[in-house]
Design a binder for this molecule. Structure first.
Ligand code: FES
Ligand code: FES
Length: 158
């Protein structure tokens, strides 16, 4: 057991964790942040994507103890994020989701690739999203939603 101190979605958190507990299980089971979904639990599907110090990581293959002293942002931490508001609207408009299981990890990744400008064309978007698997949509709506997000987020504010 380790006493863990970190920041989660802007709030200080202190908790005792089993040394082998993953970050995903910590978020879901200790903090009730169940928007972080678990699909493969092997680092393949991207459903568990969260930000650690603003970098996307797979929470299913990172130990909770590895984020001691760091800042974690799960999907619940984007409620008031202006870029995520645009991305949510674009996913809705372009039919970028069906069951929604992949969506928390997907939109966190899309926010990251739009911020990095790594979304110039559909091929690049598909390459950047290769680590986020969706079993429902066939990806066309997700790619369209990403293009819409890119265009709206880089448009000058009115
Ligand atoms: S659940 Fe973490 S990558 Fe699939
Ligand atoms: S919307 Fe169902 S897995 Fe992507």
């Amino acid at each position: 057991m380790t006493s863990l101190s970190l920041t989660v979605n802007g709030a200080a958190v202190v908790a005792d964790v089993d040394d082998r507990m993953t970050l995903a299980d910590f978020l879901r089971d200790k903090l009730d942040l169940t928007g972080t979904h678990l699909g493969c639990e092997h680092g393949v599907c991207g459903a568990c994507t969260v930000l650690v110090d603003e970098e996307p990581v797979r929470a299913c293959i990172m130990l909770a103890t590895a984020v001691a002293g760091r800042s974690v942002r799960s999907i619940e931490g984007f409620a008031d994020d202006p870029a995520m508001k645009v991305i949510r609207e674009c996913f809705s408009e372009a039919h970028g989701l069906q069951c929604g299981f992949c969506t928390p990890g997907m939109v966190i990744t899309v926010r990251d690739i739009v911020a990095r400008g790594a979304c110039e064309n559909p091929q690049q978007i598909r390459t950047e999203l290769a680590g986020n698997l969706c079993r429902c949509t066939g990806y066309a709506g997700i790619v369209k939603a990403t293009e819409l997000s890119r265009d709206r987020l880089k448009a000058p504010k009115q």
